[in-house]
Design a protein. Structure first.
Lengths: 553, 328
């Protein structure tokens, strides 16, 4: 009641809260409800369970479910193990080229989808440079389990790496030193001190990668092959190929269960068990935990991954500038001519979409973070939960939900710019919100109060105190939103139209019709745009705030 | 640029009053359409204004404009779309003096539409790859299930591609439904991956990602012509095919010119332009050769199926394929 009374005294705040809650209801909750409702209907709209019975009596869907879960689990294990090694090497070991390793490891995050799938075909395919050219294998097939896992490990290891890097940085190395001083062996110190302290972070990274792997449909679409059906691409094919929305919705809903479970565990169980042992700035963090040979091994593994990433990008570059990969390596600009003649509209459209999505998701994200942390109102927890919900929902589900929800009255948005912008904003602002909440929680409100006591009004306080403090979170939200707006495909594929098409979808189409050179050229253009944007933003940011170091990739 | 185009257009419309012209919705891709229409203008002096619309949007546009037609001819798109347009009363039949030169499956009995080119299904084979493996080039559907070809074929998925579905329909026509699905099951180990689009297999063939590919012929013929070691095989039992057609829209403003265009494209001279302009589409007239090294239609065993039945049974047959073949 108290909360309500206070709100009534601040009508602007009240309106803001109502508008945001309404928007979350329309663009997050409503599409999800639509997916679930539709999955219980026949094509003509009657209630039925038949879409779910498919899982009971159709081997295809049982296999798809099994395969997707298996791939998700294996990819999560490998990516997190690799990510941990990489994070350990870049944060704890002083090795030459550590900075370069960090940069290379991060590269897949800004890459368009299919880069890894296409590179894998070029390197390990039937006519692959390595499998055919180097090893002269004639019966090797990359299609199926192995190909999908390889491709997803490449795509998702950077995500595991990033979150584990934060975890390792927050463990004070003096604890390890203390263990060593009291006579523990290096292995004991790692097993008894470092590992237990990083366990919550590891579990959290495992679940995040698992969710991402389940939702990913680009890599399986190209690499799953004839005998390894998977859930996310099958949902996509049901809708685009067979025009069977209810069945696609049911496949999507099944995808939702493990994802949401993993999300709930990660958020409400593990995050409470995160340990922070840093008091003040970390001291010198070179670890004494590893002996010479172990160090060589860890650094070796890390650089192997780094080289793989570099090789994948080199392959794309070569593919973009030569006539036909594996057949005719004559240098040419024909693929780029195609991009700028035929595909230029989609380059323009993508930039327009990103230009809307980036500031909108940044601002909305900061606003929600501010409200959640600094204001007390009914529905606060609801706002926090729904605003990050779409992040846990597989993109395929979001896309299907949006066409179901916005293809008829009362809200018709299909075929417009708005539907793409809304899908991206409400899906990718969550990172900004989480960062914003973390930062604001660390800033004591008394700092703001002090400013007000010294005579600053609330606008000045916000501008001079709060804003600079949350600026790093804001900028990293901008970077994230922009990168995802440029590279995301799983939701967007359902929402593009003749008027608004995206580069990622163009890349999918080119891969789909076998014009791999053009796909590579599109990828190169896209990566360039992202790199230029990040450079410009970093420049602006370092002018604007001295906290730039914390946002830089 | 846009203003320039508008100026050009109004000039063309002005000119239309003086010179003869015809307005066309083309479902043939822009590049090939432009070449063919230029040849038509050269031969007849009739100007062509055209807009590219793929078959679905073209049909709905023609339907929407039925009261006040904005175009004279619908050029291209598979014949089943023209069947539909005729059923809905959107097009009008006419007597084409070239009708006798077209086989029955390349024209409507009432003259509502006429075939303008055709593309049979075929297997494209990388001869260099098969040679290095010491495997002979297959000649029939039956050959393909041989252990020697395991994992060497890419074909479009019937679930997402009309081409893939045409393969299923062809086999049903050839073998009957039960045997066709048994065959598709037996073919499954030969398939490396089912592609999403109908033209992806030829792309994979170019980069050597697959040794054999199954789709409509233009992609293969183009590769062979560009010097790739690709051989086009028509399975001896028979293959299905698509027929692209043209029809005159009811209430056309330029009836005479519209008839002239369809007469021209179905004439020997017009069909020859398909070859001259390297469209890689096969002529519908038996008396026009598709070009050197490419067999004429009468040398291919063709299989036809009823497009109406194909459309009606699509979900059911795709479901059966998903469960019996993909889910095995």
């Amino acid at each position: 009641m108290n909360q309500l009374k206070r709100l009534a005294r601040d009508p602007l705040l009240l309106v803001l809260i109502i508008v945001i809650l309404a928007a979350l209801g329309v663009f997050v909750v409503y599409p999800l409800v639509k997916v679930i409702l539709t999955s219980f209907q026949t094509r003509s709209g009657e209630l039925t369970l038949e879409n779910y019975q498919l899982f009971l009596n159709r081997r295809l869907y049982q296999n798809a479910l099994k395969n997707s879960l298996l791939v998700g689990a294996v990819v999560a294990l490998i990516s997190v193990a690799l990510g941990y090694v990489l994070a350990f090497v870049t944060t704890r070991l002083r090795t030459p080229g550590g900075g370069a390793l960090h940069m290379v490891t991060m590269l897949p995050i800004i890459s368009p989808p299919f880069v890894s799938a296409v590179s894998i075909l070029f390197l390990f395919g039937f006519n692959g440079l390595i499998t055919r050219g180097l090893l002269n294998l004639t019966d090797f097939s990359i299609y199926g389990f192995g190909g999908v896992v390889l491709s997803q490990v490449f795509t998702f290891t950077p995500i595991a790496y990033l979150s584990l890097r934060g975890v390792l940085q927050s463990i004070n190395p003096t604890l390890e030193d203390a263990a060593l001083n009291v006579g523990a062996s290096k292995w004991q110190a790692f097993r008894r001190v470092t590992l237990p302290l990083s366990l919550p972070g590891i579990a959290s990274a495992l679940l995040i990668v698992f969710i991402e792997s389940l939702a990913d449909f680009g890599n399986p679409l190209v690499l799953a092959g004839a005998t390894f059906p998977m859930l996310a691409p099958q949902a996509y094919l049901e809708i685009t190929g067979s025009f069977n929305l209810p069945r696609g919705a049911a496949l999507a809903a099944v995808l939702l269960i493990p994802s949401l479970t993993a999300f709930a565990i990660q958020r409400y169980w593990i995050s409470r068990r995160q340990y922070v042992t840093v008091t003040g700035k970390p001291t010198a963090s070179t670890s004494k935990l590893v002996s010479g040979p172990v160090k060589v091994l860890l650094v070796g593994i890390s650089w192997l991954f780094g080289l793989l990433v570099a090789a994948f990008y080199l392959v794309i570059l070569i593919g973009a500038f030569t006539r036909v990969w594996g057949f005719d390596y004559t240098l040419t600009l024909q693929h780029f001519r195609y991009v700028f003649d035929v595909g230029f509209e989609s380059v323009k459209d993508t930039l327009v979409v990103a230009a809307f999505v980036t500031p909108l998701s940044g601002l909305l994200g900061m606003m929600i973070a501010f409200l959640v942390v600094r204001r007390r109102f009914p529905g606060r927890r609801l706002m926090e939960f729904t605003s990050i919900l779409n992040f846990a929902v597989p993109g395929t589900v979001v896309g299907i939900g949006y066409i179901l929800a916005f293809n008829g009255p009362p809200i018709i948005l299909t075929g417009t710019l708005a539907i793409l912008v809304a899908a991206f904003v409400f899906r990718y602002m969550s990172v900004g919100i989480q960062n914003g909440i973390a930062v604001l929680n660390q800033v004591d409100p008394s700092i703001e109060e002090a400013a007000q006591n010294l005579g600053a009004d609330s606008v000045t306080t916000f501008r001079k105190v709060t804003l600079p403090l949350i600026a790093p979170a804001f900028f990293s939200a901008l970077v994230y939103a922009f990168v995802r707006a440029m590279t995301a495909i799983s939701a967007a594929i359902f929402l593009v139209s003749a008027n608004w098409n995206l580069m990622t979808v163009q890349i999918l189409n080119q891969v789909g019709s076998g014009r791999l050179g053009v796909a590579a050229a599109f990828s190169v253009v896209l990566i360039l745009i992202v790199v230029v944007f990040m450079g410009v933003l970093n420049l602006v940011m370092s002018r604007w705030t001295r906290h730039s170091g914390s946002v830089r990739f | 640029m846009r203003r320039f185009a508008a100026a050009l257009l109004s000039l063309a419309l002005l000119g239309g009053a003086l010179a003869q012209s015809v307005t066309v919705y083309t479902s043939v891709d822009e590049e090939n359409a432009a070449n063919l229409f230029a040849a038509f203008t050269r031969d007849t002096g009739i100007e062509v204004n055209f807009v590219f619309l793929s078959s679905g949007p073209a049909l709905s546009r023609i339907e929407a404009e039925a009261n006040r037609p904005q175009a004279d001819v619908w050029f291209g798109a598979p014949s089943e779309n023209h069947v539909l347009a005729a059923e809905r009363g959107l097009t009008q039949p006419f007597d084409n003096p070239n009708a006798d030169a077209l086989a029955d499956n390349f024209k409507d009995a009432n003259g509502a539409w006429y075939g303008i080119y055709t593309n049979p299904l075929a297997i494209g084979v990388r001869t260099d790859t098969l040679e290095s493996r010491g495997v002979p080039v297959p000649t029939s559907w039956a050959d393909l299930t041989d252990e020697a070809y395991r994992g060497l074929l890419q074909m479009p998925s019937p679930q997402s591609s009309g081409t893939g579905y045409a393969v299923v329909m062809t086999l049903i026509e050839l073998m009957g439904e039960e045997a066709a699905f048994e065959y598709l099951e037996a073919l499954h180990p030969t398939v490396q991956t089912y592609t999403q689009s109908g033209t992806a297999p030829s792309g994979a063939l170019a980069v050597g990602e697959t040794a054999m590919a199954l789709q409509f012929t233009p992609g293969f013929l183009k590769l062979a012509d560009e010097g790739f070691p690709v051989q086009v095989v028509f399975p001896s039992e028979g293959v299905g095919y698509e027929v692209a057609a043209a029809s005159i829209i009811k209430g056309a403003n330029n009836q005479e010119e519209a008839e002239a265009l369809i007469e021209w494209i179905t004439s020997a001279a017009g069909q020859q332009e398909l070859v001259t302009n390297k469209t890689y589409f096969l002529p519908v007239r038996a008396d026009v050769s598709a070009g050197e090294g490419i067999p004429t239609l009468d040398s291919i065993e063709l299989v036809s199926y009823d497009p109406a039945v194909a459309a009606e049974r699509r979900q059911e047959l795709v479901d059966r394929w998903l469960e019996q073949v993909l889910g095995q």
